[in-house]
Design a protein around this ligand. Structure first.
Ligand SMILES: [Zn+2]
Length: 264
């Protein structure tokens, strides 16, 4: 190594440490902000397998708030039915303490969920989505679940418990199953979050939601309006219009926007 190369290297090391000095103690996210995106921002990464061949759903729950096995089993089943993941879709459970004081806002959900993520949403060939099940409720008490960015959903167990209908219809289990699929449906971009459906099935009064009460994306499914279903069956699956939208996004026949990952 000649003297000039050595000096260049030394200079690089010095500049490197100077730059880092001011950043130590900060969250890594302050140095290289990771794009969190909007719900639906990782739809294409789920629907196709050209970059992401497997998927992990991280479930972070506070003690006493672990979701029912039927909810996470159903989630894997539903995701498998629409997303192309040849190496499989699995759930990773983690018991955590979010340390939240008072009601949750969307920003609380975003920041505390990201603090717990064990890996980036796009890590190697694995797509990672995250469901958090915190203690406490949302600032808008009627809300049972929220999708806050491209990879993050929160479900409020206390509110879900309270949404059980008279005589247990719908049951807590029915409600939880449906709200889990509904919120993940938003991460899949439903309805019209990152595209425009060729079919008119978005509810005019409830943007981002279906007007079909047989779809899990029906507007009443994520709120205490769910009590409307006491005389019917709570939907926990996507309807034909939802599925046709996803198929059109996957094959490119429906244009998609706001993606954190796009096929080249
Ligand atoms: Zn919704």
């Amino acid at each position: 190594m000649d003297r000039r190369t050595l000096l260049t290297l030394l200079f690089a090391v010095l500049v490197g440490s100077t730059n880092l000095a001011g950043c130590l103690g900060n969250d890594l996210g302050d140095i290289i902000p990771e794009r969190k995106g909007i719900p639906g921002g990782l739809t294409l990464a789920c629907l196709t397998s050209s970059s992401y061949t497997s998927m992990v759903v991280e479930v972070d729950y506070e003690p006493g708030y672990k979701p029912l096995a039927s909810s996470t089993d159903l989630l894997v089943e539903r995701l498998t039915s629409v997303c192309d993941k040849p190496e499989g879709i699995s759930i990773e459970f983690q018991e955590v303490n979010f340390g939240q004081q008072g009601d949750w806002s969307a920003e609380d959900v975003r920041s505390k969920a990201w603090d717990q993520k064990t890996a980036s949403p796009l890590e190697g060939s694995t797509l990672r989505w995250q469901l958090i099940f915190p203690a406490g409720g949302y600032e808008e008490a009627s809300v049972l679940g929220v999708a806050v960015d491209a990879s993050t959903v929160a479900l409020f167990g206390d509110s879900i418990d309270e949404a059980e209908g008279p005589l247990g219809r719908p049951s807590v289990e029915d409600v939880e199953n449906s709200v889990v699929i509904h919120e993940v449906g938003h991460l899949l971009g439903l309805v019209n979050l990152v595209y425009q459906s060729p079919v008119d099935h978005e509810d005019a009064d409830h943007p981002g939601h279906s007007n079909n009460d047989d779809s899990v994306m029906y507007w009443a499914v994520e709120s205490t309006d769910i009590v409307n279903f006491i005389f019917g069956t709570l939907p926990n699956d996507f309807d034909t219009d939802d599925r046709n939208d996803l198929a059109g996004l996957a094959d490119g026949s429906i244009p998609i926007r706001d993606q954190l990952w796009s096929r080249v």
